[in-house]
Design a protein around this ligand. Structure first.
Ligand SMILES: NC(=O)c1ccc[n+]([C@@H]2O[C@H](COP(=O)([O-])OP(=O)(O)OC[C@H]3O[C@@H](n4cnc5c(N)ncnc54)[C@H](OP(=O)(O)O)[C@@H]3O)[C@@H](O)[C@H]2O)c1
Length: 323
């Protein structure tokens, strides 16, 4: 497939499935905009795995900050006239309860809310036949909301307060919200050439996703022989972003390169509209102030904002990559 006239934005492109998708699309001459929390780390890994490094552009984004998302989208709007593909891939799992600087629960904001904000900001430069892909998860099936919740969703249902929080619940809700957002966009873009898809990459794929809590790390390691590797995990989202077989289609959930039914709750179009309204309200309530620039030299040593980790070890990012 020749993608030399295509431009794709990928969030969380410096690691795991995002990095493999970057490598794969770039090997077909696609220009990839790598939106990463740390552009220094992104640059190092891209130089190690990408064939056409001149077709890689790096953008700094911290999805735990709406100001950072705004700044990144403004930069993209200034630099890029047209986006053919957007893969909303970045994600976190297994975090202890924390609030972001925008007073939203971190998993919800990183996995869903900031992607919503990013996409709404860059919608105007999407090509007429653009594809948007959410890297989703089968775990969305585990959310069960009572009917009253579905009629009028509230902030506490999606941005979980501490007393209601478990990391799995927060992750499942964030993935459900992404599928509902796909349905909203499917409706919004009906009768246009734009397509929107959700793709489940595979379960227990051993990436850095499980690094936040050691029992998950052990579980993912045990499951490794039975689960997809990173290349296989990247296949379904890449298929959704590029395959000519999906021309003219939209608003569909994929797993193992095949269309699949999402959960009943995730199919609810009324809920999709209510969650969209709630997302807009949450954004309107927040004043988004521009972030100052962080010099690249400082990014080499800055700590990952919301993970309480030691300073970035780019060598381990490259070593962990098993694509
Ligand atoms: N692995 C699985 O079994 C599995 C299963 C189902 C779905 N998924 C989904 O697949 C996607 C990719 O995950 P993965 O397995 O490849 O995990 P990963 O290797 O941990 O990659 C996650 C990416 O998200 C980025 N990210 C995290 N927090 C961020 C923030 N605040 N701002 C900007 N970027 C941030 C990470 O950046 P840093 O390097 O800076 O941390 C990293 O690049 C996720 O959406 C995940 O939910 C994975």
């Amino acid at each position: 497939m020749d993608l030399s006239n295509k431009t794709c934005l990928i969030t969380g492109a410096n690691s795991g499935i995002g990095l493999e998708m970057t490598r794969c699309l770039n090997s077909r001459d696609c220009t990839v905009l790598m939106a990463c929390r740390n552009t220094y780390a992104g640059d190092v890994v891209a130089r190690n795995v990408c064939e056409n490094i001149d077709r890689i552009k790096l953008y700094k984004i911290n999805l735990a900050s709406l100001a950072s998302v705004k700044k990144c989208s403004d930069q993209i709007l200034r630099d890029i006239p047209k986006l053919d593909m957007v893969i909303l891939n970045a994600g976190v799992f297994g975090l202890p309860w924390t609030l972001t600087q925008d007073s939203l629960e971190t998993t919800f904001q990183v996995n869903y809310m900031s992607h919503y904000f990013l996409l709404m900001n860059i919608e105007k430069i999407l090509a007429p036949d653009a594809r948007v892909v959410f890297v989703s998860s089968e775990s969305h099936r585990h959310v069960s909301w009572p009917f009253s919740y579905q009629l009028t969703p509230t902030k506490d249902m999606v941005s979980l307060p501490e007393h209601a929080y478990t990391s799995i619940k927060a992750y499942n809700v964030s993935k459900l919200c992404s599928i509902l957002f796909m349905h909203y966009l499917g409706y919004r873009w009906m009768n246009t050439g734009k397509g929107v898809f959700c793709a489940h990459p595979g379960s227990f794929v051993k990436t850095r996703l499980c690094q936040n809590w050691w029992p998950y790390e052990v579980l993912y390691t045990i499951m490794r022989p039975f689960s997809k590797n990173i290349c296989q995990a990247a296949a379904t989202p890449v298929y959704c972003a590029t395959s000519p077989e999906l021309n003219g289609m939209s608003d569909q959930y994929y797993k193992d390169l095949k269309r699949c039914e999402e959960s009943e709750l995730a199919k609810d179009l009324h809920l999709a509209f209510r969650i969209n309204d709630l997302s807009q309200e949450l954004l309107l309530e927040r004043i988004i102030v521009e972030e100052p620039d962080i010099p690249v030299e400082k990014q080499k040593t800055e700590h990952y904002a919301d993970q309480d980790k030691d300073s970035i070890d780019v060598n381990s990012l490259v070593a962990n990559y098993s694509g």
